[in-house]
Write a protein that binds this ligand. Structure first.
Ligand SMILES: C[S@@+](CC[C@H](N)C(=O)[O-])C[C@H]1O[C@@H](n2cnc3c(N)ncnc32)[C@H](O)[C@@H]1O
Length: 442
């Protein structure tokens, strides 16, 4: 990886949080915001979190953030706007990162300076991992994303260098004539990915919300983010309200959304055990499914040689054809993605005639009575179990080995996270296999 840790700018920043004048709560209040009975505390998740300092009633406002403290993409700098145009829409974190860097390089001149000084100096997202740590993830869909992001950041910085390096002082240069290195942009884009919230206004847009972004994540949140806006174009007033009655000393945690562990690690740098949104991705592939049949000792040739009616149904499931999407998932309460379940049922159909008027919706869900009969269901379930076993076997290590690697004291924080990530994927596959076995009609 080419994202070397180098000084962020030509000037160094302190890595400690100054609880004096830079205290975010004091700053937000001074700026006209309202902050209820809260304080900023070291959290059990690591880093900072917010906690109540007295009992609070459900619906009470804990934070009210004035619109001018929202750090959005809004800018009148034409050079910065030109840079935004060169970033693909889906990489909004890079755009917001560029805006953050443009404020950071203004130091005390930026109205967000007290906020920027409090941002973490390091992140545990995989774009900062060594190649050994990336390899330790053992999961191709994620490592692919990591490499894609690293490559984009390196290429982007190289490509726009003349615009942002500023060898000679240039009026309007968005970074105050500071040189932006790939590592600095990676830091800023990660600050954006791990801390931004979607702000509802015309044109949409994710923005950094000082202090609100001190709230950690939970799927059982104690706080909720509300947005009030009189005009659709203007930035709203943002409020964190108590989701339920809270006692003194309770953590104020928000639900960041239905995110998988892939996204949590990639964007936020942590993973959640028992994450209801986590899945294992794999490609719907005839050969792989044929192998799954062999592993599960299910006798079938149709995965290699499908009939016309089977192919027609695979096309309707968007698993066959030039613009089809062959990425399918295992895991979760549904155990397998509906399209995959339907496809395997279709491929195990004994008689092509029974596929003529088949109900595609019914094929994609677990029903009381198997839609194509008990024998078909048995073969389908066994094939899916075989697929789960193959997915499990594609990891180079077993959970027990991961466990013993974890208890070794000499691994980095990133390496530890990578091992935890892959263990959760393996547990998810084991749970899926168990769930499928319980559905076997034999
Ligand atoms: C919006 S910030 C929350 C405040 C942050 N803890 C801090 O110190 O500034 C999101 C980051 O907090 C951490 N975080 C939030 N929820 C977490 C959780 N449930 N488990 C572990 N880390 C969490 C992650 O580092 C994540 O990138």
């Amino acid at each position: 990886m080419n994202l070397k840790v180098r000084p962020l700018m030509r000037r160094c920043f302190s890595t400690s949080v100054n609880t004096g004048e830079q205290n975010l709560i004091t700053w937000v209040r001074r700026e006209g915001g309202r902050v209820g009975a809260l304080d900023q505390q070291g959290s059990q998740e690591g880093g900072w979190g917010l906690r109540t300092t007295e009992a609070v009633k459900a619906g009470d406002t804990l934070i009210s953030l004035p619109p001018h403290l929202i750090l959005s993409l809004e800018t009148s700098n034409p050079l910065l706007l030109a840079l935004f145009d060169r970033v693909p829409e889906e990489l909004w974190t890079v755009k917001l990162g560029l805006k953050l860097l443009s404020e950071q390089t203004r130091f005390q001149m930026s109205q967000w300076w007290p906020y920027i000084q409090n941002l973490p100096k390091r992140f545990t997202v995989p774009i900062f991992y060594t190649s050994e740590e990336i390899q330790a993830l053992q999961y191709l869909p994620l490592t692919h994303q990591v490499h894609k992001r690293i490559q984009f950041l390196n290429e982007f910085v190289a490509e726009v260098k003349p615009a942002i390096v500023g060898q000679a002082p240039q009026p309007g240069q968005p970074f105050n004539n500071y040189q932006i290195l790939p590592h600095a942009l990676a830091w800023a884009a990660t600050a954006a990915s791990s801390r931004a919230f979607q702000v509802h206004r015309e044109g949409g847009g994710s923005s950094l919300l000082p202090l609100v972004d001190m709230c950690n994540h939970s799927f059982t949140p104690t706080g909720r983010l509300l947005q009030h806006s009189s005009e659709s174009q203007s930035l709203p007033v943002l409020e964190v309200v108590a989701e339920k009655d809270l006692e003194k000393g309770e953590n104020v945690v928000l639900n960041y959304g239905p995110l998988s562990n892939d996204i949590l690690l990639l964007d936020y740098g942590f993973v959640m055990p028992k994450n209801p949104n986590d899945r294992v991705e794999l490609r719907y592939d005839d050969q792989l499914l044929h192998m799954a049949c062999l592993v599960a000792k299910v006798n079938i040739d149709s995965f290699k040689d499908p009939t016309t009616s089977q192919l027609a149904l695979l096309t309707r499931l968007n698993l066959h054809g030039p613009s089809s999407s062959q990425m399918v998932t295992l895991g979760g309460t549904e155990l397998v993605e509906g399209r995959l379940l339907a496809a395997v049922r279709v491929m195990h159909a004994q008689d092509p005639m029974e596929l003529l008027d088949v109900d595609l919706e019914a094929l994609q869900t677990w029903n009381q009575s198997p839609p194509l009969g008990v024998l078909n269901e048995r073969k389908t379930i066994r094939t899916l179990i075989g697929l789960g076993m193959l997915a499990l076997a594609s990891f180079p290590t077993e959970i027990e080995e991961d466990q013993s690697e974890l208890v070794k004291g000499d691994i980095s924080e990133n390496h530890r996270l990578a091992i935890q990530f892959r263990m959760l994927k393996k547990r998810l596959l084991l749970d899926t296999i168990k769930g499928l076995k319980a559905r076997d009609p034999t």
